[in-house]
Design a protein around this ligand. Structure first.
Ligand SMILES: [Fe+2]
Length: 334
């Protein structure tokens, strides 16, 4: 069972209903329990807040006007808390509560249902919001686990965690300038974060060997793109980072690994991450050498254009970098 499914094995979903009208609560509870959900009820806003902390529901159905803390304030607290900001909130409103609806929208409300409500409509909205939440939960927990693992790998390899984020940020910058879609850009970002995840499969004695690696040890190191791709492969919810992870050591001239792909056979995300990774590795202190000055690293990228790296991406990277330096100079000149 994938890790994310284990973390979310507590389905069926829990729904918190908060309404001071007992009749409304009764109708909702009957319908939601009939549809297989677990329901907890609160009569007041204060009770709803306490129960929300205790039960961590998967969805809230809140009356807007309740004595004490009202449904809009509860919604704002839910949406402001990083632990619960992705939890959906449905508000029940009267027909004449236009101002309340606007306040609730501004507080992050996901849906409104007007009284007197159609119970079938509520069930459809609940189902749809919970489907989205379940998907988001999987993505969030997958990413949290994999970033934690990637940071461990970088630490073992004597990089700081900033290496990962710099590779991801620079890769995203290039992807944007190439006009890639938001979906593709997200794959590139994750590819930057996870590119060396597979080094978790390389033993310390090899990773930290002070002398040159023998053939068998080098083969172990060269396994890391495939090992990393196996770890991220279950991320099927959208175009995942697998291609960037698997191919970040391919070379444009076809002499890289693991498959010796050449030119545009190498997925674009991997060609981008390869450049960002190389630049950051060159400009970072390593145990066996000091960081190279930026202009030397840029020259090396330029020298390897068309051999190790895609010339188009190198051109973009250099242009952006030179542009960035110019901007700094201009700002300092002022
Ligand atoms: Fe690598």
């Amino acid at each position: 069972m994938p890790l994310a499914d284990l973390l979310h094995a507590s389905w069926p979903a829990t729904i918190l209903i908060a309404d001071d009208d007992m009749g409304v609560r009764r109708v909702l509870r009957r319908a939601l329990e009939g549809a297989g959900y677990r329901v907890v009820e609160a009569r007041t806003g204060v009770q709803a807040v306490a129960l929300g902390d205790e039960e961590r529901p998967d969805l809230f159905i809140l009356d807007i006007s309740m004595p004490g803390v009202d449904g809009v304030e509860i919604c704002r607290a839910i949406k402001d808390d990083p632990d619960t900001h992705l939890t959906p909130v449905i508000h029940i409103t009267g027909q004449s509560e236009r101002d309340d609806r606007l306040r609730a929208l501004e507080a992050g409300s996901d849906e409104f249902v007007a009284k007197p409500f159609d119970i079938e409509e509520i069930l459809v909205r609940v189902r749809s919001l919970l489907r989205t939440k379940r998907l988001t939960d999987h993505l969030v927990s997958d990413e949290a686990v994999l970033v934690a693992l990637s940071r461990t790998v970088e630490a073992r390899d004597n990089y700081t965690e900033r290496h990962l984020y710099r590779v991801a940020d620079r890769s995203v910058g290039m992807a944007r300038r190439m006009g890639m879609s938001e979906r593709e850009i997200e794959s590139v970002r994750l590819g930057g974060l996870y590119h060396d995840l597979g080094k978790i499969a390389v033993p310390d004695r090899v990773l930290h060997k002070p002398a040159a690696l023998d053939r068998a040890e080098y083969a172990l190191v060269r396994r890391h793109p495939e090992a990393g791709a196996e770890i991220v492969r279950p991320l099927r919810a959208f175009d995942g980072p697998e291609a960037a992870v698997l191919h970040h050591h391919e070379r444009f001239d076809g002499t890289g690994y693991p498959y010796g792909l050449r030119g545009e056979e190498i997925p674009l995300a991997a060609r981008i991450v390869a450049v960002a990774d190389a630049f950051d590795a060159m400009t970072t202190d390593r145990p066996y050498r000091a960081a190279l000055p930026h202009d030397v690293a840029l020259q090396r990228l330029s020298d390897g254009s068309g051999e190790q790296w895609d010339p188009l991406i190198i051109e973009l990277f250099l242009a952006q970098y030179v542009g960035g330096v110019k901007e700094v100079e201009i700002a300092e000149g002022l």
